[in-house]
Design a protein around this ligand. Structure first.
Ligand SMILES: Cc1cc2nc3c(=O)[nH]c(=O)nc-3n(C[C@H](O)[C@H](O)[C@H](O)COP(=O)(O)OP(=O)(O)OC[C@H]3O[C@@H](n4cnc5c(N)ncnc54)[C@H](O)[C@@H]3O)c2cc1C
Length: 512
């Protein structure tokens, strides 16, 4: 074998997987058909539980430029309806406004630090597989060549060549009834509301910042990011045309959506600046995420509307889910079926995103019936529990993996812990940066160490105390920081030791 894992695609998800594999002791080769990092910017931010997941790898700090832990956002939008999250006790909606270009840069820097080989200008063009591995055919700058690998992961985007080469279908729908135009612009200072940071549009009224704003004629967004301002207008049943996009075209679209002129000028400061027209969109889910030794990741496995910004919340967590399982397979200790749980765990997460982005797309469309539905939903959203359910869904906090065990935390992401260890006070997010499985023993007698006999090469033990109330006395965490087992007993009995051993075996294989 030339490589343990070949990843096709150095987008955010391929790079994240490369980092996860490296942390788990596997050196992947990443193939990227583009000769350099793309100038195109898609995402303007990260939304949901992925922000906590990145904190748990030390990447939040790099992306936010702050040593402070992430905090949930006090407000968000669902289908252009405001969500007041400030009322929630346990607000799951984390967010980080950072352009996708920067996310890719940070992930690439991290991957290179970890020793990942990234081959730019190398395009996957063919593949064949047998019982032992995959042969990838690649077109590189110096001609075509073959690379033998034990596993190949297609992180090559919505038009995935990997998916097509494996004959995996991509059923779903293509909509062509909307046109969305967006650009970085400069808005006259006198239109900016000093209190809300939103706009006061003459003849129209106030428009809050960062909120989808629905009118009878379309959808408008004003997003004053720290370094540049984005204006976006979406219309239905309108031909986008094929002429190059211009600021004048955006101005006309904004006039149709708001019914008045919004005077804005070209963006200031260094580019690249966005000037984009997108027509229609796809919602599709791969028939399967795995074909033998080939796996699909991120947009290669699922595409959907960008409304609410759920793409990277889904894809980066796919990568974190897949990385340790693939590494376990390569190291030879994966229990039977572990790699298949990548799909059984992540497909429902993707299905949920498909569902709520379609629901939101329906809620922003024009028409009196839609307006009536929005009135009804706005009433329902006054109920805190409804807001919480929507926030849990959008952030991915309602995902529970089907793991054996009765503790309410089993199958859920670990809570944020602050632990008192021999070396001082530490946040859980600082202990999980190595992506190693952890048994956290908070029992007064530190009685659980013995359960790790025969697996100490795979699972680390943390013995600690905590003053936080309402926490379990012991937790077994997978590398993706999901709880594989937990106990509330100060002195776990023989039965609990047994359930811990069962959880260890089903996640991390048999003891040596
Ligand atoms: C307009 C827009 C706005 C968005 N806004 C948000 C947002 O605010 N928040 C959010 O979370 N998500 C957002 N998304 C979604 C997000 O951008 C995608 O989910 C994300 O880019 C998917 O990452 P990926 O790594 O799976 O694929 P991609 O980013 O598509 O990367 C795939 C990579 O594979 C390479 N490649 C393709 N074929 C081959 C081949 N044969 N061999 C080698 N390399 C290959 C490509 O060059 C590319 O670099 C938005 C998307 C769009 C279109």
């Amino acid at each position: 074998m030339t490589a343990d894992v070949v990843i096709a695609g150095a987008g955010p998800n391929g790079l994240m997987l490369a980092c996860e594999l490296s942390l788990a002791g596997v050196r992947p080769i990443v193939l990227e058909r583009l000769p350099g990092r793309t100038e195109e910017n898609r995402a303007n931010g990260l939304v949901g539980q992925v922000v906590r997941a990145l904190d748990r790898r030390g990447l939040y700090e790099r992306l936010s430029g702050s040593a402070e832990p992430p905090r949930p956002a006090p407000a968000f939008v669902f289908g252009a309806m405001p969500l007041d999250l400030s009322r929630l006790d346990d607000n799951p909606m984390y967010g980080l406004a950072v352009p996708q270009r920067r996310i890719e840069q940070v992930l690439e820097e991290r991957a290179l630090e970890l020793g990942v080989e990234i081959r730019r200008g190398h395009e996957l063009t063919g593949l064949s597989q047998d019982e032992d591995g995959v042969t990838a055919e690649i077109a590189g700058p110096e001609g075509t060549y073959r690379l033998r690998t034990r596993h190949l992961v297609g992180a090559d985007g919505g038009h995935s060549v990997t998916r097509k080469l494996c004959g995996i279908g991509f059923p779903g729908v293509t909509r062509d009834d909307s046109v969305s135009r967006g650009a970085h612009v400069t808005v006259p200072a006198e239109l900016i509301d000093p209190v809300t940071g939103g706009l006061n549009v003459p003849g129209y009224g106030p428009i809050p910042p960062f909120m989808h704003h629905r009118t009878d004629h379309g959808l408008f967004v004003y997003a004053p990011f720290p370094t540049r301002t984005l204006v976006n207008a979406t219309e239905w049943h309108q031909d986008g045309g094929d002429q190059p996009m211009s600021l004048d075209e955006l101005r006309e679209s904004v006039r149709r959506v708001l019914g008045v002129d919004l005077p804005f000028g070209p963006p200031e400061g260094p580019g690249p600046h966005q000037l984009r027209r997108l027509s229609g969109g796809n919602t599709r889910l791969a028939e399967r995420f795995r074909d033998g030794r080939v796996l699909l990741l991120g947009d290669a496995a699922h595409v959907h509307s960008a409304i609410g910004g759920p793409g990277l919340n889904l894809g980066l967590q796919d990568a974190i889910n897949l990385g340790w399982k693939l590494a376990a397979e390569i190291h030879g200790w994966a229990p039977p079926g572990l790699l298949d749980t990548y799909e059984t765990e992540r497909r429902p997460a993707a299905e949920r995103v498909v569902m709520h982005t379609q629901a939101q797309s329906a809620l922003i469309a024009p028409g009196p019936e839609v307006t009536a539905l929005r009135v009804l939903l706005t009433e329902l959203l006054r109920d805190e529990r409804t807001t919480k359910r929507i926030a849990d869904m959008m952030s991915g906090a309602d995902i529970r993996y089907d793991l054996e065990g009765t503790h309410p935390l089993t199958g859920r992401p670990a809570p944020d812990l602050v632990l008192e260890t021999e070396t001082g006070s530490v946040r859980l997010a600082e202990l999980t940066r190595t992506a190693r499985p952890l048994l956290i023993d908070l029992t007064p007698d530190a009685a659980l160490a013995g359960a790790l006999d025969g697996r100490r090469d795979r699972v680390d033990l943390v013995t600690a105390k905590t003053s936080q109330a309402g926490l379990p006395t012991a937790l077994l965490l997978r590398p993706d920081c999901y709880v594989a087992w937990a106990s509330d007993s100060p002195r776990p009995d023989a039965k609990e030791h047994d359930t811990l051993r069962t959880a260890l075996a089903s996640a991390f294989g048999t003891a040596r």
